[in-house]
Design a protein around this ligand. Structure first.
Ligand code: FAD
Length: 403
């Protein structure tokens, strides 16, 4: 029995406005670009077009507080917006500026810094990547080694960052750097913002198992960054970094996409393919699908309650955001695993659409299998990026259980 979320007439009117907007602005090109993306996010050119359209409508960052250009919508309205965008097939955009950096700026940046950066996130003019992880400093992030040394009004930055998503598209990076080696490792870190298109910044691609180019290694060689680009005090960047991580792990926004994915899997499984009985009639498959649906409902309600906290001015909280991160990544991987089981032979990369069977006959695979393998491989990373499951469990042990 599905849980029932009720929306007010005012919310439903907004839903109508959102649908009308999506109907006119979400072109087939944008929808196709989203569908064809086998990685997590569409490429920057598509992201920029979509962001500009949203911003022209006043929806460039619907979840931001109104004073910075957000909508002031209620949790239910934010939820509806995400649901409608996912249902209509809006492209999945990496918006690290709006979703990760902005909450850190609201809390720690000067007014001048907010005025410089926030409007350009809204317009899509700035596209940000996240310079946290380094080779050898992922889970143990505070051990990071990239150095920033003061030279007059600048820092001179040397070192390297790794797994930097979309660094090859980004024009800006928010970066954790070491400004001191005194005291605990956490005490010597600062949070800098700088441009990617400047001397000394080099981006090398890393191609994933799924064959996509989404992540990179970034090298800094005597990169000059004005001291004015530091967020918060020198050596206090760990506080800013942790605040940002709560939004990376636990601010929600994933349920709508997962729902579409789950519903699509169910829809296809309900139809007979090649004269075989629909897979949904197989008890083992039906049971796995139902388990995923139950977990999805729990996640959807957790996301709504998280939204309610965020709108009331609270931040996600480290324990809650870690729990949400684990639940959403597990669910995503569960859906993608079942999808690949369903695709079976056709899910094998390069066999997806057209292949030869054992008798050398041409076999055309079903459309639902086309991206099953690459999606499955891509979502393996969900339990690693943003902090691995093991690390999230350590956080829960401390923050929630007090161990
Ligand atoms: C697809 C993808 C995109 C990413 N994008 C970005 C990005 O844009 N920017 C960025 O800065 N980083 C990014 N990352 C990096 C990500 O944050 C790190 O991969 C992650 O924090 C894990 O760090 P690591 O890879 O160094 O693994 P390690 O820290 O070396 O961990 C290896 C294994 O040891 C386990 N482990 C480590 N410490 C503990 C412990 N204390 N207790 C129990 N188990 C432990 C881990 O769970 C893991 O299984 C991305 C990663 C991926 C896969």
């Amino acid at each position: 029995m599905p849980l029932n979320i009720r929306f007010s007439p005012e919310d439903e009117r907004l839903r109508g406005d959102i649908r009308a907007f999506l109907h006119t602005e979400l072109t087939d090109d944008l929808i196709d670009a989203g569908r064809r993306a086998s990685g997590m996010f569409v490429d920057r050119p598509i992201a920029r077009i979509w962001q500009q359209k949203l911003n022209r409508r006043g929806w460039g960052a619907v979840h931001w507080p109104p004073q910075y250009g957000g909508t002031g919508w209620s949790p239910a309205q934010l939820f509806i917006f995400r649901e409608e965008c996912a249902r209509a097939g809006a492209p999945s955009v990496l918006n690290q500026g709006a979703n990760l950096l902005a909450p850190a700026l609201f809390a720690y940046a000067s007014d001048e810094q907010k005025a410089r950066y926030l409007p350009k996130i809204l317009t899509g003019e700035h596209y940000w990547c996240q310079g946290y992880s380094e080779p050898g400093s992922g889970s143990d992030l505070a051990s990071l080694q990239t150095r920033a040394v003061r030279d007059g009004d600048d820092y001179v930055v040397n070192g390297t960052k790794i797994w930097t998503t979309h660094a090859h598209f980004a024009d800006h990076i928010f970066c954790l750097v070491r400004t001191s080696t005194d005291g605990r490792p956490q005490q010597g870190i600062s949070f800098l913002l700088f441009e990617m298109d400047q001397p000394g910044v080099r981006v090398e691609p890393i191609i994933t198992l799924a064959g996509d180019h989404e992540v990179n290694q970034v090298f800094f060689d005597d990169v000059r960054v004005p001291v004015a680009n530091r967020i918060g005090e020198e050596n206090q960047g760990w506080t800013v970094a942790k605040h940002l991580l709560e939004y990376e792990r636990g601010s929600g926004g994933v349920a709508a996409g997962l729902k579409i994915h789950l519903n699509e899997l169910k829809r296809v499984a309900t139809h007979a393919i090649d004269g075989e009985a629909p897979l949904i009639e197989e008890p083992a498959f039906a049971r796995k699908l139902q388990e995923l649906e139950i977990r999805f409902q729990a996640l959807e309600f957790t996301e709504l309650s998280t939204l309610a906290r965020l709108v009331s001015g609270a931040h996600p909280g480290s324990g809650a955001s870690s729990q949400f991160k684990i639940a959403s990544a597990d669910l995503q991987q569960g859906i993608d695993t079942l999808q690949l089981e369903f695709a079976a032979y056709y899910g094998v990369p390069n066999h997806a659409r057209i292949s030869l069977n054992g008798s050398n006959e041409l076999v055309v695979g079903p459309a639902h299998a086309e991206l099953a393998a690459s999606t499955y491989l891509t979502s393996r990373a969900a339990s690693i990026y943003g902090g691995s499951h093991q690390v999230q469990r350590n956080i829960i042990a401390k923050a929630v259980l007090g161990l």
